[in-house]
Design a binder for this molecule. Structure first.
Ligand SMILES: C[S@@+](CC[C@H](N)C(=O)[O-])C[C@H]1O[C@@H](n2cnc3c(N)ncnc32)[C@H](O)[C@@H]1O
Length: 278
């Protein structure tokens, strides 16, 4: 079948649909990117135009099933273990001691959320770091919620098996300590995996977000870059509610909350800006 072209009008409608459902905003110069990402969905559903596809998303009895496939198709899932090491060192040397000091006399559960966790490298990295910090966290229970809108990446995350590319930023000592190396690749050890719970969550979904409370630290890195300011503000508001008092929000190295909220205080740790709930 010849590759179908997407008209400007249909692009606008699809883009509004996607934005409303996920917060992900395709600029007008991303028309070919969207066309490319959705062409396989047209084939899979045996549809001959993007207009038919839009109609399917709105009206077909299996529209909910297709929405999940749409999320799988449109999301950018680039990630790796130990990505942006300066931020992770800020977590290790600054955030963990502060949380331990604050909560030390109360309930000894350290609650982390990797929001937009993709194929799992980020939450497993956090689990490895907390295991390395046992001197601080001895006697603590570590719980890591790892969520993504794409079921496809979550299925991959649960397999916990990775290729060379995923560990390209990981030093050999860590690889030896926390992975089993076999013919299938690098498999994350069970003791690292046990702290991590994967859940399918859309950050724009109010009822789902309302169920998350009492987090000590939220990592939401390289996710908000795909949203417009309005969607960013909504998600940041949800994060505020999900954090415990004084909790920390870590956004991507190139991201900032500047002009989006005044409910967080920027704190400099290890040359990184981390946001603390006021
Ligand atoms: C580029 S990856 C970032 C992965 C990891 N946080 C990192 O920094 O390496 C962005 C992830 O955000 C997810 N995402 C995008 N929009 C989302 C939404 N509305 N709700 C939940 N996850 C979303 C995508 O599926 C994708 O896996």
């Amino acid at each position: 079948m010849d590759k179908q072209k997407i008209s400007r009008e249909t692009f606008m409608q699809l883009r509004d649909f996607i934005y409303e459902k996920s917060g992900i905003f395709f600029q007008e110069n991303k028309i070919y990117l969207l066309e490319d990402r959705l062409s396989r969905r047209l084939q899979a559903r045996n549809l001959s135009s993007y207009e038919e596809y839009l109609y399917f998303l709105r009206c077909d009895p299996d529209k909910d099933g297709e929405l999940k496939e749409l999320f799988n198709a449109i999301t950018t899932n680039e990630t790796s273990f130990f990505r942006d090491i300066n931020q992770l060192d800020a977590f290790r040397t600054g955030i963990i001691p502060k949380v331990v000091e604050k909560k030390g006399n109360g309930q000894r559960t350290f609650r982390l959320w990797s929001a937009g966790c993709s194929t799992g490298e980020e939450p497993y990295t956090l689990s490895m770091i907390t295991m390395d910090e046992w001197m601080h966290l001895n006697g603590w229970r570590v719980e890591i919620l790892a969520s993504d809108i794409s079921e496809q990446v979550l299925a991959s995350a649960k397999r916990a098996t990775y290729g060379e590319y995923a560990v390209r930023n990981t030093n050999d000592g860590i690889v030896k300590k926390y992975f089993l190396e076999g013919s299938s690749g690098y498999v994350v050890k069970p003791e690292v995996r046990q702290a991590v719970r994967f859940v399918n969550i859309n950050l724009l979904d109010m009822p789902q977000m309302k169920g998350i409370r009492g987090m000590d630290v939220i990592f939401c890195r390289n996710v908000l870059i795909y949203f417009d300011d309005n969607a960013k503000r909504k998600v940041i508001g949800h994060f505020y509610d999900a954090l415990a008092d004084g909790g920390f929000l870590v956004v991507g190295f190139s991201e900032s909350l500047f002009n989006l909220t005044r409910a967080f205080k920027p704190v400099g740790i290890n040359k990184c800006v981390i946001y603390q709930k006021i």
